[in-house]
Design a protein around this ligand. Structure first.
Ligand SMILES: Nc1ncnc2c1ncn2[C@@H]1O[C@H](COP(=O)(O)OP(=O)(O)OP(=O)(O)O)[C@@H](O)[C@H]1O
Length: 241
């Protein structure tokens, strides 16, 4: 784990939607030079936390502070379901985003493996290719913080690995990368810090090696033990109310 400075910090963040508590008292920091992975079961609050971290969603309580270097575009974000304006090619779409921040559209496409399909219309891209174009959009302008929601979802194993390799190299260049993923082997391989969410709360935050040591098995074993243990606690809490 790195001793780098924090680029993004969430302080005691709560987020509710009506009577649903999506995040409860979440405090984390995303250091520069690191890949931070948010993992947790479906509905545990990963996307909500990512959206709060990027400022797309206001916390109900608590706050988020950007502490990274000043930049024309401090944060790049890949939504869970990236969508692009139909009728345009990948090259035109990349050019649109690149122009906003004075970046090179061809290089952006190359970086995510879409350099060979510059003339394909976005509506003709496969789901995985659309996600890759979303990653290219997030990278435009070289933002210090990158927040990516399930960047490897729907990608083949080679592309998934390639995407995580890109994240690792961005962190090696000093970027702060925060990523949600259900791909625990890739998380285990690439993340410097893993934050485990369950029912909107952080139940563990540590290096992959330290989390593995808790059970002696691969990350998914620790993950399962943490989540199941928490479920038992929740049931007990409800039963004794
Ligand atoms: N706009 C919304 N309105 C109401 N409830 C919401 C809204 N967005 C999220 N939630 C609820 O907040 C909780 C956390 O959702 P979130 O999408 O953050 O989970 P997640 O961990 O990203 O899930 P997944 O792994 O399935 O993508 C869920 O109970 C969800 O139903």
């Amino acid at each position: 784990m790195t001793e780098q400075e924090s680029y993004l910090r969430a302080n005691e963040v709560d987020r509710t939607f009506g009577d649903v508590t999506a995040l409860a008292d979440v405090s984390i920091e995303i250091p520069g030079g690191s890949v931070v992975a948010l993992i947790g079961p479906n509905g545990s609050g990963k996307t909500t936390l990512l959206r709060v971290l990027t400022g797309l969603l206001a916390p109900t309580d608590g706050d988020v502070t950007y502490e990274g270097p000043s930049a024309a575009r401090p944060l790049g974000y890949l939504p869970q379901e990236p969508a692009f304006r139909p009728g345009y090619t990948t090259a035109e779409t990349a050019a649109f985003y690149a122009r906003l921040v004075d970046d090179d559209p061809a290089e952006l496409l190359e970086r995510v493996g879409l350099g060979s399909v510059p003339n394909r219309r976005v509506e003709a891209l496969s789901g995985g290719m659309t996600r890759l174009l979303g990653i290219a959009q997030a990278l435009a302008g070289d933002p210090p913080v990158l927040a990516l929601d399930e960047p490897a979802s729907g990608l083949d194993p080679v592309m998934s690995r390639r995407v995580f390799d890109i994240l690792e190299s961005l962190a090696a260049d000093g970027h702060a990368v925060v990523v949600t993923s259900h791909d625990l082997p890739l998380v285990e391989r690439s993340a410097d810090l893993v934050v485990v969410l369950d029912r909107g709360s952080v139940v563990a935050a540590d290096t992959p090696a330290a989390l593995r040591d808790r059970t002696g098995g691969p990350l998914h074993e620790t993950f399962t033990s943490l989540v199941e243990a928490d479920d038992v606690v929740s049931v007990r809490t409800e039963a004794t109310r």
